[in-house]
Design a protein around this ligand. Structure first.
Ligand code: ATP
Ligand code: MG
Length: 258
């Protein structure tokens, strides 16, 4: 059974008295411990899907299921990480993690001990007493990701978490995320504009059309886990990248941005 399923979801918005269809009969799923990525043009409704999954909005048609249960319009069932790090600016790095553990149900003493452990694991113990604004973007995103990871929810939804980072930091973050995720194996729905990022991280990829978004293709990523750091050098990687670029209407160009 899928952890998360969107079944025949359609959604439109009314703007200036005109109706804009954003999602057109979308069906996708995320299995237990599976890393699934949505890739599609800007404005194709990816963030809208997250709002529907989070129950913040309701679809015109179709259902959202978590663990096989219809949860359309129900809030609070997923953990979510937005593009910009969402940390409490008035709390130190340590307390940001402690508070996530407490929200997740840990008692204070237990949360404190566990936070120290996590800080070492994500290699941020040296900045535990700092406030988020003095950290680099990559460090902030690590803590933000950890906070999402610690939420005891069935599904993690990550909306372009690395989009604001420079290319080098982004590659570092991908490796970091891969290592942590391959260890923890949570069910993830991830959004990115980067084809390479999608191929590096995912088990499956849904390629979406421009709005109104439809699923153009579902791709099973064949590379073994744990994934090699140089997976991008494999001929199959290049071939899949070319396929996805073609689906997105970019021809054989070598641009990774869509
Ligand atoms: N509340 C709303 N009212 C009206 N239109 C909306 C609303 N929310 C989203 N839209 C429209 O729906 C479309 C899809 O938006 P969405 O943010 O889901 O796209 P996206 O795929 O996440 O894009 P990006 O890749 O740029 O983040 C856009 O045209 C947007 O203007
Ligand atoms: Mg978006």
């Amino acid at each position: 059974m899928s952890k998360l399923e969107l079944r025949n979801i359609s959604k439109s918005y009314v703007r200036d008295k005109k109706t804009f269809s954003v999602l057109d009969d979308i069906t996708i799923s995320v299995g237990e411990g599976e890393f699934v990525t949505l890739i599609g043009p800007s404005g194709s409704g990816k963030s809208t899907m997250f709002r529907l999954i989070g129950g913040v909005e309701t679809p015109d048609r179709g259902q959202v299921l978590i663990g096989g249960r219809d949860v359309t319009g129900v809030r609070g069932l997923i953990s979510y990480m937005p593009q910009q790090a969402s940390l409490f600016p008035w709390m130190t790095v340590r307390d940001n993690i402690v508070s996530a553990l407490e929200i997740a149900g840990a008692a204070r003493g237990e949360a404190r001990a566990s936070a120290e452990d996590w800080l070492r694991r994500i290699e941020l113990d040296s900045v535990a007493g700092e406030y988020p604004h003095v950290l680099s973007g990559g460090m902030q995103q690590r803590i933000s990701f950890l906070r999402a990871l610690l939420m005891p929810r069935d599904v993690m939804c990550l909306d372009e978490p690395f989009a604001a980072l420079d290319a080098l930091t982004r590659t570092e973050m991908q490796r970091w995320l891969l290592k942590l995720w391959e260890d923890q194996r949570r069910s993830v729905l991830f959004v990115t504009h980067s084809i390479e990022e999608a191929l590096t991280l995912s088990d499956r990829i849904y390629v979406l059309s421009p709005a109104p978004a439809r699923v153009l293709r579902e791709i099973t990523v064949p590379f073994e886990r744990p994934r090699r750091a140089d997976v991008w050098t494999l001929p199959a990687f290049t071939a899949l990248k070319r396929d996805i670029l073609a689906l997105l209407g970019e021809g054989d160009g070598d641009s990774d941005a869509i």
